[in-house]
Design a protein around this ligand. Structure first.
Ligand code: HEM
Length: 453
């Protein structure tokens, strides 16, 4: 080795050392926040991999402890919406997405939507003839609920049974709303009893058993593993293995070591109906109210539907996708009236800090969905219902209602716990709205005027 070789080696070593030091700086340079030192070329990649944690820690993706009443209905938090962030939630949500809202499934359920919308229009006509007016909310609830029941069980079920199920859903919703004692720590853990409030608890227990008999009966009679029994007056439509309940029979959530029991099946199916019915029907009712109060908007929507689908042909999913005004009406309704003003309660997965405050793990963290849509800096005249905002040239054009690109509205929540059925929910609303506006001219009921609303 001559002098030149030695010089080259020394120089190379010095350069490598400088490069190493530069690459592994702990941050804080140019005003940037400090970070852990990284390695040349790969930076912090190995540290991230070795941590065995996702790149973005989803801090607020869990759910808080339930009140005793709510626990009764979530059967120990074994539902997608109530499960704490972890393997159980992941398994239930993955199954939900694969069986209900994957593009393949949504397409395969189109016969359900056709059947339900036809029945919906028939019921509206009959009600109008009999009473001279229709109750939008009640009719829409029934139809949406019938679609979701059919998705769960693969069967067309008579209206009376749908009404019964829907009544129970309403009672469950009312009874499990947060009550004053839920906010009193002293009454949450009364010794020895899982039900600190005798009166609501008795009512809750009886509602829970009504729910089990309404839906448990449905599930066990609709499908048993491998073979199905037909119940009189039910029209079994899907083949074995195609209904949501079928997928649940084979599901063995991690950490449980056994398949789901009857109670859990009932709870998981009722979750689909309760999560989807009231939210969708509420959005439809608000949209109809605005279309009634704004006849020009109703006319414009009618013209768009007829131009695209004609006066009598079936309105297809592809048709509604090509109706920008219909989409604008639905988006503006979600913006102006998010069906739930708060998303479901969230909880941090571990003690953390938000806005300088300590947030203990499991504390309820409530997100108000309307704050962003009431902000005049984002939405001029936020109190006005104006679908045109969402058309080309409007301030809402290209707004993504799931908040993936930018958070300008969040009717379905945002992040990991976002509603997994947002696309399906929107599709139901668009199809029903297009059909209702094409089939009828909507006006306020007799003896009511726009001013009296
Ligand atoms: C217009 C219709 C709908 C609206 C506005 C809506 C809204 C929401 C909202 C705000 C949440 C809570 C998100 C959060 O906690 O951050 C949610 C969760 C959920 N929704 Fe929907 N939803 C709709 C339709 C549906 C339908 C049709 C289904 C079932 C087929 C459904 C199933 C669920 C489930 C399972 C969750 C819990 C997700 C989780 O915790 O991981 N939703 N939805």
């Amino acid at each position: 080795m001559d002098v030149n070789d030695v010089l080259v080696v020394v120089l190379a070593a010095a350069l490598a050392g400088m490069w190493w030091r530069w690459c592994s700086k702990t941050g804080g340079v140019d005003g940037l926040p400090p970070g852990p030192p990284g390695w040349p070329v790969v930076g912090n990649l190995f540290q991230v991999i070795l941590q065995r944690r996702p790149f973005m820690a989803p801090m607020f993706a869990s759910r808080p402890e339930d009140s005793p009443t709510r626990l009764l209905f979530s059967v120990g938090k074994c539902t997608v919406n109530s499960a704490p962030y972890g393997p159980l939630w992941r398994a239930l949500r993955r199954n939900f997405v694969a069986e209900i809202v994957s593009p393949h499934r949504v397409k395969s359920f189109s016969w359900i939507r056709e059947w339900a919308v036809d029945a919906h229009l028939r019921r509206l006509r009959a009600e109008l003839n009999a009473e001279g007016a229709v109750r939008v909310m009640a009719g829409c609830r029934l139809t949406i609920c019938s679609i979701l029941i059919c998705i769960c069980f693969g069967a067309k079920i008579p209206d009376e049974l749908i009404r019964e199920i829907e009544e129970v859903l309403k009672d469950v919703m009312m009874i499990s709303l947060p009550k004053l004692p839920d906010f009193l720590p002293s009454s949450r853990r009364s010794s020895g009893s899982s039900c600190p409030r005798p009166a609501p608890c008795a009512a809750a227990s009886s509602t829970a058993s009504r729910r089990s008999s309404a839906r448990g009966g449905t599930s066990s009679a609709t499908a048993t593993r491998g073979r199905r029994r037909r119940r009189a007056a039910w029209e079994m439509m899907s083949r074995p293995g195609e209904a949501y309940v079928d997928s649940l029979f084979d599901l063995e959530p991690p950490g449980r070591g056994k398949r789901l029991g009857e109670e859990e099946l009932v709870t998981l199916c009722s979750e689909v109906m309760s999560a989807g019915t009231d939210t969708s029907a509420t959005a439809l009712e608000w949209a109809m109210m605005h279309l009634i109060l704004d006849p020009a908007a109703q006319e414009r929507l009618y013209d768009e539907v007829v131009a695209k689908a004609g006066k009598t042909a079936r309105i297809t999913e592809a048709d509604v996708e090509a109706m920008p005004y219909l989409q604008a009406v639905v988006k503006e309704t979600f913006r102006r009236h998010p069906p739930s003003h708060f998303v479901l309660s969230h909880a941090a997965t571990r003690d953390t800090e938000l806005g300088g405050y300590r947030v203990p793990a499991d504390a309820s963290v409530e997100f108000y969905t309307a704050w962003v849509t009431e902000n005049p800096a984002t939405w001029p005249d936020p109190e006005l219902w104006r679908p045109e905002r969402f058309l080309e040239g409007g301030e809402g054009f290209d707004t993504d209602i799931t908040g993936t690109r930018a958070l300008r509205m969040m009717p379905f929540g945002a992040g990991r716990r976002i509603c997994p059925a947002a696309t399906l929910g929107v599709l139901h609303i668009q199809l029903m709205l297009a059909n209702m506006v094409r089939a009828f001219r909507w006006t306020p009921p007799p003896a009511r005027t726009a001013g009296s609303y």
